[in-house]
Write a protein that binds this ligand. Structure first.
Ligand SMILES: [Zn+2]
Length: 341
């Protein structure tokens, strides 16, 4: 077995220009072709994916949609990109996860799995013998992230989140990885880039999908485009445009859009949370500029008495605000970002 492994390694030497077949699970995409299939976790939990395999070997860009159940614009964008990216002119491989969190998608739940009530984007790198969300995370870590050279986790505002588009540039991990992630943030074409310095640094407790990739030496981004479960064209096209930017940046396609010329760096940001379960009344909208102390919204009990007024802790922009009344103790009500001067 050892000699066979060495022989296989030699045939995959970097000098080789022609691509090999690319296999995930039982599905292989030959060079210059597209193949799709599913990773099966157990009944009701399956992960549909596609492999667009180019004719020359190169980077493996993983694009992941549907980590949260009511975030539809990334799902729709990837379905379009599956046919829009031509493998005949592609260098390297694009791997797409069309719906990462099938239990949450089919039950139309926000944030949490209907099966184990866990947030998939808080349980990475997952556990092979864990709850359903942990098993999904484990399969994505081992069969998608491990096979990729670059990873993008694409979100939108979930069903309750009124969100303006932005990307997170995660600075955790080796500096050379962070630098490529920074270039990916600029290549996305998004103008708002949130500088995120607060992610965990232990690969065994990476918590978030993109952070899991970064702590394994793979540059990556988390992208947000869309709001309130709406499937608007502009939010879908923004994702398609970003993918075109990454393909150009990584040398996977000869042409593509230019990077963001005038990025707005968000250097300080804070998720505001509710202390109470009750009814949420937002007083601002996504994209609004707020001053320190501006009333972001209030939480009432079910009879109308105000339980909490939530104010902006500093001046900045409303990156998202919860736009629907249901509120639980400890949950986010909004996200404020301050522009780097
Ligand atoms: Zn999300």
């Amino acid at each position: 077995m050892r000699w066979m492994a060495i022989a296989a390694a030699l045939t995959c030497a970097p000098a080789l220009v022609h691509a090999q077949g690319f296999t995930i699970g039982t599905v292989t995409a030959q060079p210059g072709s597209v193949a799709s299939g599913e990773l099966t976790i157990d009944e009701g939990a399956r992960i549909p994916f596609s492999i667009v395999n180019g004719t020359k070997s190169g980077p493996v860009l993983a694009l992941i949609a549907g980590v949260h159940g009511q975030e539809y614009t990334p799902v729709l964008a990837l379905q379009r990109l599956r046919t829009a990216i031509d493998p005949a002119t592609l260098t390297g491989t694009v791997v797409m996860v069309h719906v990462a969190n099938m239990p949450s998608y089919t039950a139309r739940t926000i944030y949490y799995s209907p099966v184990d009530r866990k947030n998939l984007n808080r349980v990475f790198p997952g556990r092979a013998d864990g709850t359903l969300s942990e098993r999904i995370a484990d399969r994505i870590t081992r069969e998608i992230i491990a096979r990729a050279t670059h990873v993008v986790d694409i979100h939108s505002g979930d069903g309750n989140e009124s969100l303006r588009p932005y990307v997170y540039w995660i600075t955790t991990g080796p500096p050379e990885v962070a630098e490529i992630s920074r270039k990916m943030a600029l290549a996305s074409g998004f103008d708002h880039i949130v500088i995120d310095r607060g992610r965990p640094t232990d690969p065994a407790a990476s918590v978030y999908l993109t952070n899991t990739a970064i702590l394994r030496g793979k540059p990556g981004l988390t992208v947000e485009s869309g709001f309130l479960a709406v499937s608007d064209e502009a939010s879908i096209v923004r994702i398609e445009h970003a993918v075109a930017g990454w393909l150009k940046l990584l040398g996977m396609r000869a042409t593509g859009p230019d990077p963001t010329a005038h990025p707005i760096w968000i250097d300080r940001s804070e998720v505001l949370t509710s202390k109470f379960t009750g009814i949420w009344y937002p007083m601002v909208e996504r994209g609004h500029t707020v001053a320190e102390g501006t009333l972001v919204g209030r939480v009432t009990d079910f009879f109308g008495k105000t339980l909490q007024e939530i104010r902006a802790p500093f001046g900045g922009e409303v990156l998202y605000v919860v736009g629907t009344p249901a509120m639980n103790e400890g949950e986010p009500v909004g996200f404020i970002g301050q522009v780097k001067q």
